[in-house]
Design a protein around this ligand. Structure first.
Ligand code: FES
Length: 163
């Protein structure tokens, strides 16, 4: 059954939105990944109902679409926050206080890694290494890199991202 998905405070009619997306694609199996990406971009994740709709559109089985979408870590099945906060758990960041930074982020947001705030404002993730070890400890919020992060900088940095 097609219902609605929540993205931020706004309810979105899934069927209407998908019809718009499908109108721009041919019914070819090769369009599965681009379709999954576009649908995720639209809703912030892949609502369960979209798997069925995409399968029907491409004339594939639900299990095929589900198998492909779970194979790639880029696809998410639960709502994510408007902003994603990624804290590095790599060695260089760890030895320079990354764990304390993570604890402060958890405290400020009230969530643990893998969770999203109730208002869908933030999702918290941990990353193995951003490849910016010289800037350790590193936090990335959306695509912005915050190097040499400290526990005292966490609050003001998160506050800045609200604007
Ligand atoms: S260990 Fe954190 S950026 Fe490399």
């Amino acid at each position: 059954m097609i219902t609605t998905a929540i993205r931020g405070p706004m309810e979105i009619n899934i069927k209407e939105q998908l019809d718009d997306v499908f109108s721009r694609y041919n019914k070819e199996r090769g369009n599965l990944i681009p379709l999954l990406q576009e649908v995720q971009e639209m809703f912030g994740y892949l609502p369960e109902e979209t798997i069925q709709e995409i399968a029907d559109f491409l004339q594939l089985s639900n299990s095929t679409v589900y198998a492909v979408s779970t194979f790639y870590t880029q696809f998410k099945f639960t709502p994510t926050g408007k902003r994603t906060v990624k804290v590095c758990r790599g060695t260089a960041c760890h030895v320079r206080g990354g764990s304390q930074v993570l604890r402060e982020v958890e405290k400020q947001l009230g969530i643990k890694p893998g969770e999203t705030t109730k208002d869908l404002g933030y999702t918290l993730e941990m990353i193995a290494c951003f490849g910016s070890c010289a800037l350790a400890p590193v936090v990335v919020i959306d695509n912005n890199v915050y190097g040499r992060m400290t526990t005292t900088k966490v609050g003001p940095t998160l506050e800045d991202t609200k604007q």
